[in-house]
Design a protein around this ligand. Structure first.
Ligand code: GLC
Length: 747
């Protein structure tokens, strides 16, 4: 059924297209069709097979693998990180297989390959698409020198619950920011032209709503209305596909009862028919087989049938396609047309990558690994990503100060790289301790704890001693890399081990304390924030985290990050996000009742009757978009061009920003709207634009934004994208909780 639609589409392109396709697209389609017509069924099924290998394969390439390639039974490999293996397998494929179809080699190159950038939640905190693009571009340049031409990135899962370990890889909680980053990642990975040897196919993952796993428990159930799916979880994928993403990966979770890898609605209706995606879809690791455990497939054969008929093109690691597709076709449960359609998608991407003409890594392409320019960009990315959460006039430090460098994350070259940094070599990591030493800072070093989960207080004595002998304590705390990422959800997201105790005992010395957190998620610090004078969130900052932290802490640079995800007071508040609904009983200061203030015998139906927690209230510790710098700003003179907006018109909003502090600084101006009344309830705020400004001391700048009717659209419960007449509030400020307000009416 799908192939007939596909052929009509191809015929349509040839016969009456008003917008003639570029010649290369037409040529590729002709090549794809011609090749399909020559391939045996076995070879077609081989293209659907992504074989995983351990990147730790040692010694000789297994003969079984070589023979399978020789017979055209494998179309792609994952994790072959030995250049000679890549070359030999590709040689066999392009010289000895039936139709000489090249292999495509893939890897998780998520935030760097050898030069490691901050983890993606950190890159999201930069609110800078150029920072994200650079991370992707350098990842592509370095990894393609190893034969990688396909990465499983960007991960575009909206995350609203920091208990989820994969918050570390996510673009945060907001669809607009995530969409802006998605475009930048695709451009970075895929470069100016896909057939450039340093371009690698991107993979928008995990399709779809993986971040909505209940309780933040990885792989768990995602249940939601279709309008929520379309308004919050789909936009970053749409942005990626509109930017030319060549592949998409299905997620492990079910969506409303149907696992993504067998979900015709998301893979056919949304991805293919609505978004016109013409690349290929790959399953996640064994996710086709896992439909058995989901209780959605009887057995592996049934799982394969469900996936192939949902147009999942390529199977990662599980082997239902390889083992059962031939039978399924013979039994009439899968059509040959469908097979041809899926194989065409894969061949199309291989042609676009130029693999048929240039299947091997060019001899002169060494990836420029750890180049000075790469390291410099990684350092700037760490500066742009770090979020200053508190600063009681202690930062920036004075370089003549004697610093007590303390904490389990102060000198951890592996942990600093964060999750999904397989190929980064920790020998190249510059830790904060090393960076301080290299800069000639006077240091007293005492780890205090050997690692973040260390519960022993044995090291406390030396830590206190170091503190007493110094002017300032800089405490590097947080989580090891393994405590976030896939399968690493935590129910309590505080500082693990005895870190809180260490902070409290150091605060008794009376020395000022700067807390630097390296972690893969927001960490609840309610218990200790009053014991420290400053808090800087560095996420896992990557290879150059140390020099970046040195420059920020001593004022050579200013932390540039703003929170891409809400920072809770305690885990019990989660999920917690800024673009929530008002509810019928929105919480308020006036009505909030603090638990300890409740009188004994209070009347049952009292206590504010609002949507709040008696113990912790209703606000986060730090809101989405929050982040301090080393100066202060004042917003004034908010103006709106017209208070009535009609279709296809624009509203212009402008505001003055003055640098009221003592030094140059960055202002990240954020614009939010609120659709006050809708045919379905609408979020209290939605980010629609942001701009980064640099202002000198005393300087005032006017910044303006244009709001178009496109910005007012949402998907209603009839799944129609609509703009509804009525009042819209507009907020312009430094984060989602502060700013100036105006409004307009859409007629
Ligand atoms: C993992 C992850 C996915 C990754 C894939 C290949 O299970 O879910 O993000 O790209 O396997 O390593």
């Amino acid at each position: 059924m799908r192939i007939s639609l596909f052929l009509c589409l191809v015929l349509f392109v040839f016969s009456c297209s008003k917008t003639p396709k570029s010649s290369s697209i037409v040529k590729n389609e002709e090549k794809v069709k011609a090749l399909i017509s020559k391939m045996s069924l076995e070879e077609k099924l081989g293209q659907l097979n992504l074989r995983g290998t351990s990147s730790r394969v040692k010694g000789e390439l297994p003969e079984e693998l070589k023979q399978a390639v020789r017979e055209g039974k494998i179309g792609a490999f994952l994790n072959v990180m030995n250049k000679d293996y890549v070359k030999e397998l590709q040689r066999i494929a392009t010289e000895e297989s039936p139709n000489k179809i090249p292999l495509i080699f893939s890897r998780d190159v998520i935030h760097g390959f050898k030069t490691i950038f901050p983890i993606p939640i950190g890159l999201a905190a930069s609110w800078d698409p150029e920072t994200a693009r650079q991370s992707a571009r350098i990842s592509a340049i370095e990894s393609s020198s190893y034969g990688v031409r396909w990465t499983f990135a960007p991960m575009l899962d909206i995350a609203r619950d920091s208990r989820w370990g994969r918050v570390a890889e996510s673009p945060g909680e907001d669809p607009y920011l995530a969409s802006e980053l998605a475009k930048a990642y695709i451009t970075g990975y895929q470069g100016d032209s896909l057939n450039n040897p340093t371009s690698i196919a991107a993979c928008a993952k995990h399709f779809l709503a993986y971040g909505a796993a209940i309780g933040g428990r990885d792989y768990n159930t995602a249940n939601m209305s279709e309008s929520l799916l379309r308004n919050i979880y789909l936009p970053p994928f749409e942005a990626a596909i509109n930017s030319g993403a060549q592949t998409v990966m299905t997620s492990f979770n079910e969506i409303n009862g149907v696992p993504a890898s067998g979900n015709k609605f998301i893979l056919n209706t949304i991805l293919r028919d609505e978004l016109n995606f013409n690349g290929f879809v790959v399953s996640d690791w064994d996710s086709i087989k896992e439909m058995i455990f989901h209780g959605y497939a009887q057995d592996l054969k049934h799982a394969g049938e469900l996936a192939i008929n949902a147009s999942l093109d390529m199977e990662m690691t599980s082997r239902s396609y390889e083992l059962y597709l031939k039978d399924l076709i013979e039994e009439g449960r899968v059509s040959l047309d469908q097979i041809n359609f899926l194989v065409s998608n894969i061949l199309r991407v291989k042609y676009k990558l130029g693999l048929f003409d240039n299947p091997f890594v060019p001899e002169n392409h060494d990836g420029n690994l750890y180049a000075k320019s790469h390291l410099e960009k990684a350092k700037n990315a760490a500066i742009n990503s770090s979020v200053l959460l508190k600063n009681e006039k202690i930062l920036p430090l004075n370089k003549s100060n004697t610093i007590a460098v303390i904490g389990p994350m102060s000198n951890q070259p592996h942990e600093q790289l964060g999750t999904w940094a397989f190929d980064g070599d920790k020998a190249h990591t510059v830790t904060p301790l090393k960076a301080f030493e290299d800069a000639g800072i006077k240091i007293n070093f005492a780890k205090g704890l050997d690692y973040s989960r260390d519960k022993s207080s044995q090291g406390f004595y030396n830590a206190v001693k170091a503190a007493n002998a110094s002017d300032v304590v800089v405490l590097f705390a947080g989580e090891e890399a393994i405590l976030s990422g896939e399968a690493h959800s935590r129910a309590t997201i505080n500082l693990p081990g005895a870190q809180e105790e260490l902070i409290k005992i150091l605060s008794e010395t009376g020395k000022p304390i700067v807390l630097v957190i390296m972690a893969g998620r927001p960490i609840t610090i309610t218990n200790i924030i009053d014991e420290v004078d400053a808090v800087l969130m560095a996420w896992h900052p990557g290879t150059m985290g140390g020099p970046a932290l040195h420059d920020m802490l001593f004022g050579d640079a200013e932390p540039g990050g703003r929170l891409p995800i809400t920072w809770p007071k305690i885990s019990g508040q989660l999920p917690l996000y800024y673009n929530h609904k008002t509810t019928g009983r929105p919480p308020s200061k006036e009505k909030y009742v603090q638990m300890d203030s409740i009188k004994i015998g209070a009347w049952q139906s009292s206590l504010g009757n609002q949507s709040h927690y008696l113990d912790v209230g209703y606000t986060p510790h730090f809101p989405f978009g929050y982040g301090l710098g080393y100066t202060t700003f004042e917003y004034s003179n908010l103006k709106i061009s017209n208070t009535v907006l009609e279709s296809n018109q624009l509203v212009k909003v402008s505001v003055d920003i003055e640098n009221t502090g003592e030094r140059k600084g960055k202002a990240l101006v954020q614009l939010y709207i609120q659709d006050v009344v809708g045919s379905i309830t609408r979020p209290v705020k939605e980010l629609k634009a942001f701009k980064s400004l640099s202002l000198k001391k005393g300087e005032t700048q006017n910044v303006s934004f244009e709001i178009s009717t496109e910005d007012l659209k949402f998907v209603n419960n009839d799944m129609k994208s609509v703009i509804e007449p009525g009042e819209f509030n507009v907020f312009v400020g430094p984060n989602s909780a502060e700013g100036l307000e105006t409004s307009f009416e859409y007629k």
